[in-house]
Design a protein around this ligand. Structure first.
Ligand SMILES: Cc1cc2nc3c(=O)[nH]c(=O)nc-3n(C[C@H](O)[C@H](O)[C@H](O)COP(=O)(O)OP(=O)(O)OC[C@H]3O[C@@H](n4cnc5c(N)ncnc54)[C@H](O)[C@@H]3O)c2cc1C
Length: 505
Protein backbone atom coordinates (compact mmCIF):
# COMPACT_ATOMS: atom_id res chain seq x y z
CA UNK A 1 0.00 0.00 0.00
CA UNK A 2 1.35 3.43 -0.98
CA UNK A 3 1.49 6.36 1.36
CA UNK A 4 -2.03 7.78 1.36
CA UNK A 5 -1.43 10.54 3.87
CA UNK A 6 -2.93 13.91 3.10
CA UNK A 7 -0.05 16.21 2.21
CA UNK A 8 -1.77 19.30 0.92
CA UNK A 9 -4.99 20.72 2.28
CA UNK A 10 -6.76 23.61 0.57
CA UNK A 11 -9.24 25.93 2.29
CA UNK A 12 -11.48 28.05 0.07
CA UNK A 13 -12.65 31.20 1.83
CA UNK A 14 -11.09 33.81 4.10
CA UNK A 15 -14.07 34.72 6.29
CA UNK A 16 -14.25 33.85 9.99
CA UNK A 17 -14.76 30.18 9.07
CA UNK A 18 -11.76 30.04 6.74
CA UNK A 19 -9.27 31.76 9.04
CA UNK A 20 -10.50 30.02 12.18
CA UNK A 21 -10.15 26.67 10.41
CA UNK A 22 -6.71 27.60 9.09
CA UNK A 23 -5.50 28.69 12.53
CA UNK A 24 -6.77 25.57 14.28
CA UNK A 25 -5.47 23.15 11.65
CA UNK A 26 -2.13 24.94 11.41
CA UNK A 27 -1.70 24.59 15.16
CA UNK A 28 -2.79 20.94 15.24
CA UNK A 29 -1.23 19.62 12.04
CA UNK A 30 1.05 22.37 10.83
CA UNK A 31 4.35 20.64 10.27
CA UNK A 32 2.76 17.50 8.83
CA UNK A 33 0.93 19.04 5.92
CA UNK A 34 0.89 22.12 3.78
CA UNK A 35 -2.18 24.33 4.01
CA UNK A 36 -3.28 26.81 1.35
CA UNK A 37 -6.10 29.30 1.82
CA UNK A 38 -7.71 30.90 -1.22
CA UNK A 39 -9.72 34.05 -0.73
CA UNK A 40 -11.06 36.75 -2.95
CA UNK A 41 -11.02 40.39 -1.87
CA UNK A 42 -13.38 41.09 -4.76
CA UNK A 43 -16.08 38.82 -3.27
CA UNK A 44 -15.45 39.77 0.36
CA UNK A 45 -16.90 38.18 3.49
CA UNK A 46 -20.36 38.22 5.03
CA UNK A 47 -18.96 40.71 7.59
CA UNK A 48 -21.33 39.88 10.46
CA UNK A 49 -21.00 37.53 13.42
CA UNK A 50 -20.18 39.66 16.40
CA UNK A 51 -21.48 37.56 19.28
CA UNK A 52 -20.07 34.29 20.57
CA UNK A 53 -20.65 31.65 23.23
CA UNK A 54 -18.25 30.57 26.01
CA UNK A 55 -16.79 27.65 24.06
CA UNK A 56 -14.77 30.21 22.08
CA UNK A 57 -12.42 30.43 25.06
CA UNK A 58 -11.15 26.96 24.09
CA UNK A 59 -9.97 28.44 20.77
CA UNK A 60 -7.88 31.01 22.61
CA UNK A 61 -6.35 28.38 24.85
CA UNK A 62 -5.61 25.99 22.01
CA UNK A 63 -4.04 28.72 19.89
CA UNK A 64 -2.22 30.20 22.87
CA UNK A 65 -3.78 33.64 22.35
CA UNK A 66 -3.62 36.31 25.00
CA UNK A 67 -7.23 37.21 25.76
CA UNK A 68 -6.64 40.88 26.54
CA UNK A 69 -4.47 41.38 23.49
CA UNK A 70 -7.08 39.69 21.31
CA UNK A 71 -9.95 41.76 22.71
CA UNK A 72 -8.02 44.98 22.23
CA UNK A 73 -7.35 44.06 18.60
CA UNK A 74 -10.97 43.13 17.82
CA UNK A 75 -12.51 46.00 19.82
CA UNK A 76 -14.12 43.37 21.96
CA UNK A 77 -16.28 43.36 25.06
CA UNK A 78 -17.50 40.57 27.35
CA UNK A 79 -20.77 38.68 27.04
CA UNK A 80 -22.56 37.02 29.96
CA UNK A 81 -25.62 35.86 28.03
CA UNK A 82 -28.45 37.00 25.78
CA UNK A 83 -31.34 39.13 26.95
CA UNK A 84 -34.50 38.10 25.09
CA UNK A 85 -37.12 40.82 24.96
CA UNK A 86 -40.75 40.51 23.85
CA UNK A 87 -40.44 36.94 22.53
CA UNK A 88 -43.03 35.54 24.90
CA UNK A 89 -45.21 38.57 25.50
CA UNK A 90 -44.65 42.18 24.52
CA UNK A 91 -43.04 43.89 27.52
CA UNK A 92 -41.53 40.73 29.00
CA UNK A 93 -37.79 40.01 29.15
CA UNK A 94 -35.60 37.22 30.34
CA UNK A 95 -31.93 36.38 30.22
CA UNK A 96 -30.33 33.28 28.83
CA UNK A 97 -27.31 33.59 31.09
CA UNK A 98 -24.23 31.45 30.60
CA UNK A 99 -23.06 29.30 33.48
CA UNK A 100 -24.77 27.57 36.34
CA UNK A 101 -27.74 28.62 38.39
CA UNK A 102 -27.42 27.88 42.09
CA UNK A 103 -25.89 24.51 42.85
CA UNK A 104 -27.29 20.99 42.93
CA UNK A 105 -27.89 19.20 46.21
CA UNK A 106 -26.76 15.63 45.84
CA UNK A 107 -28.08 14.36 42.53
CA UNK A 108 -31.01 16.73 42.32
CA UNK A 109 -30.59 19.69 39.97
CA UNK A 110 -30.92 23.07 41.61
CA UNK A 111 -33.94 24.21 39.67
CA UNK A 112 -36.17 21.59 41.32
CA UNK A 113 -35.59 23.27 44.69
CA UNK A 114 -36.38 26.57 43.13
CA UNK A 115 -39.54 25.13 41.48
CA UNK A 116 -40.63 23.87 44.88
CA UNK A 117 -40.17 27.33 46.38
CA UNK A 118 -42.57 29.02 43.95
CA UNK A 119 -45.52 30.47 45.80
CA UNK A 120 -43.77 30.40 49.17
CA UNK A 121 -43.53 33.68 51.08
CA UNK A 122 -40.40 35.58 50.02
CA UNK A 123 -39.79 33.34 46.99
CA UNK A 124 -37.39 34.90 44.48
CA UNK A 125 -37.07 34.58 40.73
CA UNK A 126 -34.86 31.91 39.20
CA UNK A 127 -32.29 34.40 37.92
CA UNK A 128 -31.63 35.73 41.44
CA UNK A 129 -29.59 32.53 41.83
CA UNK A 130 -27.29 33.17 38.87
CA UNK A 131 -24.08 35.17 39.23
CA UNK A 132 -24.01 35.85 35.49
CA UNK A 133 -27.54 37.25 35.66
CA UNK A 134 -26.76 39.40 38.71
CA UNK A 135 -23.64 40.77 37.05
CA UNK A 136 -25.49 41.42 33.78
CA UNK A 137 -28.30 43.27 35.56
CA UNK A 138 -25.74 45.59 37.15
CA UNK A 139 -23.57 45.95 34.00
CA UNK A 140 -20.66 44.49 35.91
CA UNK A 141 -17.93 42.13 34.85
CA UNK A 142 -14.67 40.56 35.97
CA UNK A 143 -13.07 37.19 35.43
CA UNK A 144 -14.00 35.05 38.43
CA UNK A 145 -13.60 31.26 38.28
CA UNK A 146 -15.46 30.50 41.49
CA UNK A 147 -17.46 32.51 43.97
CA UNK A 148 -14.97 33.07 46.83
CA UNK A 149 -15.53 30.96 49.94
CA UNK A 150 -18.37 29.02 48.38
CA UNK A 151 -18.97 25.97 46.20
CA UNK A 152 -20.61 28.16 43.52
CA UNK A 153 -19.14 28.47 40.06
CA UNK A 154 -18.03 31.95 39.06
CA UNK A 155 -18.58 33.98 35.91
CA UNK A 156 -18.91 32.17 32.57
CA UNK A 157 -18.38 34.45 29.62
CA UNK A 158 -17.92 34.83 25.89
CA UNK A 159 -17.10 37.84 23.69
CA UNK A 160 -18.60 40.46 21.44
CA UNK A 161 -16.16 41.44 18.70
CA UNK A 162 -15.62 42.88 15.27
CA UNK A 163 -15.80 39.72 13.15
CA UNK A 164 -13.57 41.06 10.42
CA UNK A 165 -10.83 41.99 12.85
CA UNK A 166 -11.13 38.62 14.58
CA UNK A 167 -10.38 36.84 11.29
CA UNK A 168 -7.40 39.12 10.69
CA UNK A 169 -6.16 38.58 14.23
CA UNK A 170 -6.26 34.81 13.82
CA UNK A 171 -4.43 35.14 10.54
CA UNK A 172 -1.63 37.16 12.14
CA UNK A 173 -1.18 34.51 14.82
CA UNK A 174 -0.56 31.60 12.50
CA UNK A 175 3.10 30.58 12.61
CA UNK A 176 4.89 31.96 9.56
CA UNK A 177 5.16 29.64 6.59
CA UNK A 178 2.46 27.17 7.67
CA UNK A 179 -0.47 28.58 5.69
CA UNK A 180 0.00 29.88 2.17
CA UNK A 181 -2.52 32.60 1.43
CA UNK A 182 -3.60 32.79 -2.19
CA UNK A 183 -5.54 35.82 -3.37
CA UNK A 184 -7.74 34.78 -6.25
CA UNK A 185 -11.21 33.97 -7.42
CA UNK A 186 -12.08 30.31 -7.92
CA UNK A 187 -13.88 30.00 -11.26
CA UNK A 188 -13.92 26.22 -11.70
CA UNK A 189 -13.58 23.09 -9.64
CA UNK A 190 -11.97 20.12 -11.38
CA UNK A 191 -13.13 16.65 -10.40
CA UNK A 192 -11.21 13.45 -10.88
CA UNK A 193 -12.59 11.13 -13.53
CA UNK A 194 -13.97 7.96 -12.00
CA UNK A 195 -14.69 8.88 -8.35
CA UNK A 196 -15.52 12.57 -8.62
CA UNK A 197 -13.05 13.64 -5.90
CA UNK A 198 -11.88 17.23 -6.18
CA UNK A 199 -8.51 17.41 -7.87
CA UNK A 200 -7.84 21.11 -8.22
CA UNK A 201 -9.32 24.60 -8.38
CA UNK A 202 -9.01 26.88 -11.33
CA UNK A 203 -8.49 30.54 -10.49
CA UNK A 204 -9.39 33.52 -12.59
CA UNK A 205 -6.31 34.22 -14.69
CA UNK A 206 -5.57 30.53 -15.24
CA UNK A 207 -3.61 29.41 -12.16
CA UNK A 208 -4.59 26.09 -10.57
CA UNK A 209 -4.49 25.04 -6.93
CA UNK A 210 -4.23 21.29 -6.42
CA UNK A 211 -4.83 19.45 -3.16
CA UNK A 212 -5.58 16.13 -1.48
CA UNK A 213 -8.34 17.46 0.75
CA UNK A 214 -10.49 20.59 0.42
CA UNK A 215 -12.35 22.60 3.02
CA UNK A 216 -15.19 24.70 1.67
CA UNK A 217 -15.49 27.92 3.69
CA UNK A 218 -16.84 29.90 0.75
CA UNK A 219 -19.93 31.11 2.58
CA UNK A 220 -23.58 30.69 1.62
CA UNK A 221 -22.70 29.80 -1.98
CA UNK A 222 -20.96 26.53 -0.98
CA UNK A 223 -18.78 26.72 -4.05
CA UNK A 224 -17.27 23.24 -3.69
CA UNK A 225 -19.73 21.31 -1.56
CA UNK A 226 -22.79 22.40 -3.53
CA UNK A 227 -21.51 24.02 -6.72
CA UNK A 228 -19.25 21.10 -7.60
CA UNK A 229 -20.36 18.16 -5.46
CA UNK A 230 -24.13 18.80 -5.20
CA UNK A 231 -24.33 17.65 -1.59
CA UNK A 232 -27.86 19.04 -1.23
CA UNK A 233 -29.38 21.43 1.33
CA UNK A 234 -32.05 20.62 3.88
CA UNK A 235 -34.37 23.58 4.23
CA UNK A 236 -35.63 24.42 7.76
CA UNK A 237 -37.56 27.56 6.92
CA UNK A 238 -40.83 25.98 8.04
CA UNK A 239 -39.33 25.96 11.57
CA UNK A 240 -36.93 28.89 11.42
CA UNK A 241 -38.75 31.24 9.08
CA UNK A 242 -36.51 34.33 9.08
CA UNK A 243 -34.74 34.65 5.74
CA UNK A 244 -33.26 38.16 5.63
CA UNK A 245 -31.25 40.49 7.78
CA UNK A 246 -30.25 44.14 7.74
CA UNK A 247 -27.10 45.02 9.65
CA UNK A 248 -25.98 48.50 10.67
CA UNK A 249 -23.45 49.83 13.14
CA UNK A 250 -24.32 52.74 15.37
CA UNK A 251 -22.19 55.00 17.52
CA UNK A 252 -21.11 53.56 20.87
CA UNK A 253 -23.11 54.98 23.71
CA UNK A 254 -24.90 54.37 26.95
CA UNK A 255 -23.89 51.66 29.33
CA UNK A 256 -21.53 49.02 27.92
CA UNK A 257 -23.84 46.09 28.57
CA UNK A 258 -22.07 42.78 29.15
CA UNK A 259 -24.72 40.88 27.19
CA UNK A 260 -26.32 40.69 23.76
CA UNK A 261 -29.84 42.02 23.40
CA UNK A 262 -32.32 40.28 21.11
CA UNK A 263 -35.64 42.08 20.87
CA UNK A 264 -38.57 40.59 19.00
CA UNK A 265 -40.14 42.71 16.27
CA UNK A 266 -43.35 42.25 14.29
CA UNK A 267 -41.84 39.57 12.00
CA UNK A 268 -38.45 38.73 13.47
CA UNK A 269 -36.07 40.23 15.99
CA UNK A 270 -33.32 42.81 16.36
CA UNK A 271 -29.85 42.37 17.85
CA UNK A 272 -27.82 44.94 19.74
CA UNK A 273 -24.18 44.13 20.46
CA UNK A 274 -21.90 46.57 22.28
CA UNK A 275 -18.31 46.78 21.04
CA UNK A 276 -15.69 49.23 22.26
CA UNK A 277 -15.92 51.43 19.19
CA UNK A 278 -19.50 50.94 18.00
CA UNK A 279 -22.72 49.12 18.63
CA UNK A 280 -23.61 46.33 16.23
CA UNK A 281 -27.28 46.21 15.27
CA UNK A 282 -29.25 44.04 12.95
CA UNK A 283 -32.82 43.09 12.16
CA UNK A 284 -33.43 39.44 11.29
CA UNK A 285 -36.84 39.04 9.68
CA UNK A 286 -39.15 36.95 7.57
CA UNK A 287 -39.72 38.53 4.16
CA UNK A 288 -43.15 36.92 3.82
CA UNK A 289 -44.45 39.10 6.64
CA UNK A 290 -42.57 42.37 6.43
CA UNK A 291 -41.15 44.36 3.51
CA UNK A 292 -37.48 45.33 3.36
CA UNK A 293 -38.41 49.00 3.75
CA UNK A 294 -40.54 48.37 6.80
CA UNK A 295 -37.81 46.13 8.28
CA UNK A 296 -35.25 48.90 7.77
CA UNK A 297 -37.58 51.45 9.34
CA UNK A 298 -38.09 49.22 12.40
CA UNK A 299 -34.34 48.70 12.73
CA UNK A 300 -33.47 52.38 12.50
CA UNK A 301 -36.29 53.41 14.82
CA UNK A 302 -34.86 51.15 17.51
CA UNK A 303 -31.23 52.23 17.53
CA UNK A 304 -29.98 53.77 20.76
CA UNK A 305 -27.43 55.94 18.99
CA UNK A 306 -26.85 57.46 15.57
CA UNK A 307 -26.47 55.01 12.64
CA UNK A 308 -23.01 54.92 11.10
CA UNK A 309 -24.14 54.19 7.55
CA UNK A 310 -26.98 52.53 5.69
CA UNK A 311 -28.30 49.10 6.69
CA UNK A 312 -26.60 46.31 4.75
CA UNK A 313 -28.92 43.59 3.42
CA UNK A 314 -28.23 39.87 3.78
CA UNK A 315 -30.29 36.92 2.59
CA UNK A 316 -30.18 33.36 3.84
CA UNK A 317 -32.06 30.09 3.92
CA UNK A 318 -32.07 28.39 7.31
CA UNK A 319 -31.04 24.75 7.18
CA UNK A 320 -28.04 22.50 6.81
CA UNK A 321 -26.06 20.85 4.08
CA UNK A 322 -27.32 17.26 3.69
CA UNK A 323 -23.72 16.09 3.71
CA UNK A 324 -21.24 18.54 5.19
CA UNK A 325 -18.52 16.09 4.17
CA UNK A 326 -18.67 14.64 0.66
CA UNK A 327 -15.80 12.74 -1.00
CA UNK A 328 -12.61 14.75 -0.21
CA UNK A 329 -14.41 17.96 0.65
CA UNK A 330 -15.68 19.22 4.00
CA UNK A 331 -17.87 22.31 4.34
CA UNK A 332 -17.56 24.57 7.39
CA UNK A 333 -19.19 27.86 8.31
CA UNK A 334 -22.01 29.22 6.21
CA UNK A 335 -21.17 26.72 3.46
CA UNK A 336 -22.26 23.95 5.88
CA UNK A 337 -25.52 25.57 6.91
CA UNK A 338 -27.05 28.46 8.81
CA UNK A 339 -29.64 28.44 11.55
CA UNK A 340 -29.84 32.20 12.13
CA UNK A 341 -27.93 34.14 14.78
CA UNK A 342 -30.36 34.23 17.73
CA UNK A 343 -28.09 32.23 20.05
CA UNK A 344 -24.79 33.09 18.31
CA UNK A 345 -23.95 29.50 17.45
CA UNK A 346 -22.36 29.73 13.98
CA UNK A 347 -18.75 30.43 14.92
CA UNK A 348 -18.95 27.68 17.49
CA UNK A 349 -20.18 25.21 14.87
CA UNK A 350 -17.05 25.94 12.83
CA UNK A 351 -14.93 25.24 15.89
CA UNK A 352 -16.68 21.96 16.67
CA UNK A 353 -16.55 20.93 12.99
CA UNK A 354 -12.76 21.37 13.04
CA UNK A 355 -12.53 19.36 16.28
CA UNK A 356 -14.54 16.59 14.70
CA UNK A 357 -12.38 16.64 11.58
CA UNK A 358 -9.24 16.40 13.70
CA UNK A 359 -10.69 13.47 15.62
CA UNK A 360 -11.51 11.72 12.34
CA UNK A 361 -8.67 13.00 10.21
CA UNK A 362 -8.72 10.89 7.04
CA UNK A 363 -6.18 9.78 4.49
CA UNK A 364 -6.58 10.61 0.82
CA UNK A 365 -9.18 7.85 0.34
CA UNK A 366 -11.63 9.40 2.83
CA UNK A 367 -13.13 6.13 4.07
CA UNK A 368 -16.89 6.41 3.48
CA UNK A 369 -17.55 5.08 7.00
CA UNK A 370 -15.61 7.98 8.45
CA UNK A 371 -17.44 10.41 6.23
CA UNK A 372 -20.80 8.95 7.33
CA UNK A 373 -19.79 9.16 10.98
CA UNK A 374 -18.80 12.81 10.62
CA UNK A 375 -22.07 13.62 8.88
CA UNK A 376 -24.07 11.70 11.49
CA UNK A 377 -22.47 13.56 14.39
CA UNK A 378 -22.82 16.89 12.60
CA UNK A 379 -26.50 16.27 11.99
CA UNK A 380 -27.01 15.45 15.66
CA UNK A 381 -25.32 18.68 16.70
CA UNK A 382 -27.17 20.85 14.20
CA UNK A 383 -30.58 19.36 14.95
CA UNK A 384 -30.23 19.93 18.71
CA UNK A 385 -29.23 23.58 18.11
CA UNK A 386 -32.11 23.91 15.64
CA UNK A 387 -34.60 22.64 18.24
CA UNK A 388 -33.25 25.05 20.85
CA UNK A 389 -33.79 27.94 18.44
CA UNK A 390 -37.26 26.79 17.41
CA UNK A 391 -38.26 26.84 21.09
CA UNK A 392 -37.82 30.65 21.13
CA UNK A 393 -40.37 31.01 18.35
CA UNK A 394 -42.80 28.21 19.13
CA UNK A 395 -43.32 28.88 22.83
CA UNK A 396 -44.75 32.34 22.35
CA UNK A 397 -47.99 33.75 23.69
CA UNK A 398 -47.90 36.56 21.14
CA UNK A 399 -50.80 36.75 18.75
CA UNK A 400 -50.43 40.41 17.78
CA UNK A 401 -48.95 39.80 14.33
CA UNK A 402 -49.44 37.12 11.65
CA UNK A 403 -45.75 36.12 12.02
CA UNK A 404 -46.03 35.35 15.73
CA UNK A 405 -49.41 33.65 15.27
CA UNK A 406 -47.81 31.38 12.69
CA UNK A 407 -44.85 30.64 14.96
CA UNK A 408 -47.12 29.73 17.86
CA UNK A 409 -49.18 27.42 15.66
CA UNK A 410 -46.39 25.63 13.79
CA UNK A 411 -45.73 21.91 14.02
CA UNK A 412 -42.37 21.27 15.66
CA UNK A 413 -39.90 18.37 15.48
CA UNK A 414 -41.12 15.46 17.66
CA UNK A 415 -37.95 15.50 19.81
CA UNK A 416 -38.56 19.12 20.78
CA UNK A 417 -42.27 18.52 21.38
CA UNK A 418 -41.35 15.66 23.73
CA UNK A 419 -38.82 17.81 25.60
CA UNK A 420 -41.31 20.61 26.13
CA UNK A 421 -44.01 18.22 27.33
CA UNK A 422 -41.65 16.38 29.68
CA UNK A 423 -40.64 19.70 31.23
CA UNK A 424 -44.24 20.86 31.48
CA UNK A 425 -45.32 17.69 33.27
CA UNK A 426 -42.28 16.95 35.46
CA UNK A 427 -39.89 19.91 35.45
CA UNK A 428 -37.20 17.56 34.18
CA UNK A 429 -34.67 18.36 31.45
CA UNK A 430 -31.98 16.08 30.12
CA UNK A 431 -29.07 17.09 27.94
CA UNK A 432 -28.91 14.70 25.00
CA UNK A 433 -25.47 13.22 24.43
CA UNK A 434 -22.96 16.00 24.00
CA UNK A 435 -25.40 18.48 22.50
CA UNK A 436 -24.30 22.10 22.67
CA UNK A 437 -26.78 23.58 25.13
CA UNK A 438 -26.76 22.23 28.66
CA UNK A 439 -29.75 21.82 30.98
CA UNK A 440 -29.36 25.34 32.39
CA UNK A 441 -29.66 26.84 28.89
CA UNK A 442 -32.78 24.83 28.14
CA UNK A 443 -34.19 25.66 31.57
CA UNK A 444 -33.89 29.40 31.16
CA UNK A 445 -35.43 29.47 27.71
CA UNK A 446 -38.24 27.06 28.67
CA UNK A 447 -39.13 29.13 31.73
CA UNK A 448 -38.46 32.43 29.98
CA UNK A 449 -40.89 31.37 27.28
CA UNK A 450 -43.44 30.60 30.01
CA UNK A 451 -43.49 26.82 29.90
CA UNK A 452 -44.54 26.22 33.50
CA UNK A 453 -43.76 22.80 35.04
CA UNK A 454 -46.63 21.16 36.90
CA UNK A 455 -44.34 19.72 39.57
CA UNK A 456 -40.78 19.38 40.80
CA UNK A 457 -38.53 16.38 41.41
CA UNK A 458 -39.73 14.35 44.42
CA UNK A 459 -36.20 14.38 45.90
CA UNK A 460 -36.46 18.14 46.32
CA UNK A 461 -39.02 17.40 49.06
CA UNK A 462 -36.28 15.94 51.23
CA UNK A 463 -35.64 19.40 52.71
CA UNK A 464 -38.00 20.94 55.25
CA UNK A 465 -39.61 24.25 54.23
CA UNK A 466 -37.24 26.04 56.53
CA UNK A 467 -34.18 24.27 55.11
CA UNK A 468 -35.37 25.05 51.59
CA UNK A 469 -35.82 28.77 52.31
CA UNK A 470 -32.43 28.88 54.01
CA UNK A 471 -30.68 27.07 51.14
CA UNK A 472 -32.11 29.36 48.44
CA UNK A 473 -31.53 32.52 50.47
CA UNK A 474 -27.95 31.46 51.08
CA UNK A 475 -27.33 31.02 47.34
CA UNK A 476 -28.84 34.46 46.68
CA UNK A 477 -26.68 36.07 49.33
CA UNK A 478 -23.52 34.53 47.89
CA UNK A 479 -24.50 35.56 44.36
CA UNK A 480 -25.43 39.11 45.43
CA UNK A 481 -22.21 39.59 47.41
CA UNK A 482 -20.03 38.27 44.59
CA UNK A 483 -21.78 40.47 42.02
CA UNK A 484 -21.27 43.54 44.21
CA UNK A 485 -17.50 43.00 44.17
CA UNK A 486 -17.33 43.16 40.37
CA UNK A 487 -16.33 46.41 38.68
CA UNK A 488 -18.50 48.05 36.01
CA UNK A 489 -18.01 46.29 32.66
CA UNK A 490 -16.68 49.40 30.91
CA UNK A 491 -14.10 49.92 33.65
CA UNK A 492 -12.90 46.34 33.40
CA UNK A 493 -12.59 46.62 29.63
CA UNK A 494 -10.76 49.95 29.84
CA UNK A 495 -8.34 48.60 32.44
CA UNK A 496 -7.52 45.25 30.84
CA UNK A 497 -8.24 45.31 27.13
CA UNK A 498 -9.24 48.85 26.24
CA UNK A 499 -8.07 50.33 23.01
CA UNK A 500 -5.41 53.01 23.39
CA UNK A 501 -6.83 56.53 23.43
CA UNK A 502 -6.35 58.32 20.09
CA UNK A 503 -3.22 60.46 20.01
CA UNK A 504 -3.73 64.20 20.57
CA UNK A 505 -3.72 66.18 17.33
C1 LIG B 1 -27.26 38.25 9.81
C2 LIG B 1 -26.21 37.37 10.37
C3 LIG B 1 -25.77 37.53 11.69
C4 LIG B 1 -24.81 36.67 12.23
N1 LIG B 1 -24.44 36.81 13.54
C5 LIG B 1 -23.62 35.89 14.09
C6 LIG B 1 -23.24 35.94 15.46
O1 LIG B 1 -23.61 36.87 16.19
N2 LIG B 1 -22.44 34.98 15.94
C7 LIG B 1 -21.98 33.95 15.18
O2 LIG B 1 -21.29 33.05 15.68
N3 LIG B 1 -22.27 33.91 13.87
C8 LIG B 1 -23.08 34.84 13.32
N4 LIG B 1 -23.37 34.77 11.98
C9 LIG B 1 -22.70 33.77 11.18
C10 LIG B 1 -21.28 34.23 10.90
O3 LIG B 1 -21.31 35.47 10.25
C11 LIG B 1 -20.59 33.22 10.02
O4 LIG B 1 -20.72 31.93 10.55
C12 LIG B 1 -19.12 33.53 9.96
O5 LIG B 1 -18.88 34.85 9.61
C13 LIG B 1 -18.44 32.64 8.98
O6 LIG B 1 -18.79 32.98 7.66
P1 LIG B 1 -18.01 32.23 6.52
O7 LIG B 1 -16.57 32.42 6.74
O8 LIG B 1 -18.54 30.85 6.47
O9 LIG B 1 -18.50 32.96 5.19
P2 LIG B 1 -18.07 34.39 4.56
O10 LIG B 1 -17.78 35.40 5.60
O11 LIG B 1 -19.13 34.69 3.55
O12 LIG B 1 -16.72 34.11 3.81
C14 LIG B 1 -16.68 33.47 2.57
C15 LIG B 1 -15.28 33.56 2.00
O13 LIG B 1 -15.24 32.82 0.81
C16 LIG B 1 -14.61 33.59 -0.19
N5 LIG B 1 -15.10 33.19 -1.49
C17 LIG B 1 -16.37 32.99 -1.88
N6 LIG B 1 -16.43 32.64 -3.18
C18 LIG B 1 -15.15 32.60 -3.61
C19 LIG B 1 -14.54 32.33 -4.86
N7 LIG B 1 -15.26 32.04 -5.95
N8 LIG B 1 -13.20 32.40 -4.95
C20 LIG B 1 -12.43 32.71 -3.87
N9 LIG B 1 -12.96 32.98 -2.67
C21 LIG B 1 -14.30 32.94 -2.55
C22 LIG B 1 -14.98 35.03 0.16
O14 LIG B 1 -14.10 35.95 -0.44
C23 LIG B 1 -14.84 34.97 1.67
O15 LIG B 1 -13.48 35.15 2.01
C24 LIG B 1 -24.28 35.64 11.43
C25 LIG B 1 -24.67 35.52 10.10
C26 LIG B 1 -25.63 36.35 9.57
C27 LIG B 1 -26.04 36.19 8.14
Amino acid sequence: MGDARIRRLVIVGGGTAGWLTAALLARALGPQLRIALVESAEIGTVGVGEATIPQILHVNRFLGLDEDDMLRAVHGTFKLGVQLNDFTRVGESYLHAFGDLGLPLGLTPFHHYWLRSRGRPGAAGLWAHSLNAAAAAANRFARMDTVPNSPLDGIRYAYHFDALRYGQYLRRHIAPGVVERIEGKVVDVRLRAGDGYIESLLLEGGATVAGDFFIDCSGFRGLLIEGALKAGYENWQHWLPCDRALAVASAPGGAMRPYTQASARSAGWQWRIPLQTRTGNGHVYCSRFVSDDEAAAQLLANLETEALGDPRPLRFVTGMRKQAWSRNCLALGLAAGFMEPLESTSIHLVQSGVNRLLAMFPDRHCDPMLVDEYNRQTRFEYERVRDFLILHYKATERSDTPFWRQCGAMEIPPGLARRIELFRRTGMIFREGDELFAETGWLQVLLGQRIEPARHHPLADALSDQQLDHFLANVRTLVGRAAATLPPHHEFVARHCGMPAPAEA
